[in-house]
Design a protein around this ligand. Structure first.
Ligand code: DGL
Length: 264
C-alpha cells in the first residue's frame, strides 16, 4: 500500500481531536482525515447496534478517501464496533479502551476511578477488561453525564464547566480515588478543570499518547510510515458545518476546512 495515503480518524464529535493532537505530534508528516459524527452525538447514550452501524459507514467513507489505516478515536465506538470492523477490513484498525492498567499502576491506595460513557461502561468489552486487569484494585466507574456536551460547547474552564466537572468528581474524591482514568476522548479537554477539583496527588490518565504510539508502531511494522513532508488535516462532519468549524478552530487550530459528510 502507498505510505503517502492518509490516516482516517473518527469520533462522535470533536472528542477525537484530543487523540488527533497526539497523532499529529508523533507523526507530523502524515495526512490526517478526521470525521466528527456530530449529527449523531452522543454515542454514549445510543445502543451499540446504532453506534456500530455509524462506525461501519464512517469507516467505509474514510477508506473511500484513501485511508491506509483507521483510528477509532472513541472508546464507545471501539467497544461497539472494533471487532466487526477488523473482520470486515484488512487495513490496520486501531481502537481505544479506558486505561485501566495504567490507572491501577499509578494508584498508591488501589482506589481507581474510571470516567467514561454509559455505552463504554456497559459494554462486554469493558467487562472483559475489568475481569482481566481489575484484580486487586477497587474500581469505581462513573458515567460522566453532561461532560461530552460540555466539551462540545467548547467551554472547557468557565464556571459552568467547573460545576459540571465537580459534580461528577466529588463522589469519587469522597471514596478515596487517587487515580482517575479518562475513558472517553472528550474528557482530556477538561483536564485542567479536573485538576482544579481533585487533590494534587491524584493521577489523571489519558490514553491518547499511547494510541498515537501504537499507531506509529503499527505503521512502521507495515512499512506505511510517511516521511519528509508536512501533513495536512482535513475534517468532515455529519451535523452543522458552521458549528464544527468553530469547534475545530477552538480545539484544534484555525485554517482547517470542514466539509459535509455524505449521508450514504
Ligand atoms: N468520545 C467518545 C468516547 O470516547 C464518546 C462520546 C459520546 O458521543 O458519547 O467514548
Amino acid at each position: 500500500m502507498d505510505p503517502t495515503r492518509p490516516i482516517g480518524i473518527f469520533d462522535s464529535g470533536i472528542g477525537g481531536l484530543s487523540v488527533l493532537r497526539h497523532i499529529r505530534e508523533q507523526l507530523p508528516a502524515e495526512d490526517l482525515f478526521y470525521v466528527s459524527d456530530s449529527g449523531h452525538l452522543p454515542y454514549g447514550a445510543k445502543g451499540s447496534d446504532f453506534v456500530a452501524q455509524r462506525a461501519q459507514q464512517i469507516t467505509r467513507f474514510l477508506i473511500a478517501q484513501g485511508a491506509k489505516t483507521i483510528v477509532i478515536a472513541c472508546n464507545t465506538a471501539t467497544a461497539a464496533a472494533v471487532a466487526s470492523l477488523r473482520q470486515q477490513h484488512v487495513l490496520p484498525i486501531i481502537g481505544m479502551e479506558p486505561g485501566l492498567k495504567p490507572g491501577i499502576a499509578a494508584s498508591r491506595n488501589g482506589v481507581v476511578g474510571i470516567l467514561a460513557t454509559e455505552g463504554t461502561l456497559g459494554s462486554a468489552k469493558f467487562r472483559d477488561l475489568l475481569r482481566r486487569h481489575g484484580e486487586g484494585a477497587r474500581v469505581i466507574i462513573r458515567p460522566c453525564h453532561g461532560w461530552v456536551r460540555q466539551v462540545e460547547s467548547t467551554d472547557l474552564s468557565g464556571p459552568r464547566a467547573l460545576k459540571v466537572v465537580a459534580e461528577e468528581i466529588q463522589p469519587l474524591i469522597d471514596q478515596g480515588v487517587d487515580s482517575l482514568v479518562l475513558g472517553c476522548t472528550h474528557f482530556p479537554f477538561l483536564h485542567q478543570t479536573i485538576r482544579q477539583v481533585v487533590p494534587a496527588k491524584t493521577h489523571i490518565i489519558d490514553t491518547g499518547p499511547a494510541v498515537a504510539k501504537e499507531l506509529k508502531r503499527r505503521l512502521a511494522e507495515q512499512g506505511l510510515l510517511r516521511r519528509s513532508t508536512e501533513g495536512e488535516v482535513r475534517c468532515w462532519c455529519s451535523g452543522e458545518i458552521a458549528q464544527t468549524q468553530y469547534q475545530v478552530e477552538r480545539l484544534w487550530r484555525p485554517g482547517c476546512p470542514v466539509l459535509p459528510l455524505p449521508a450514504k
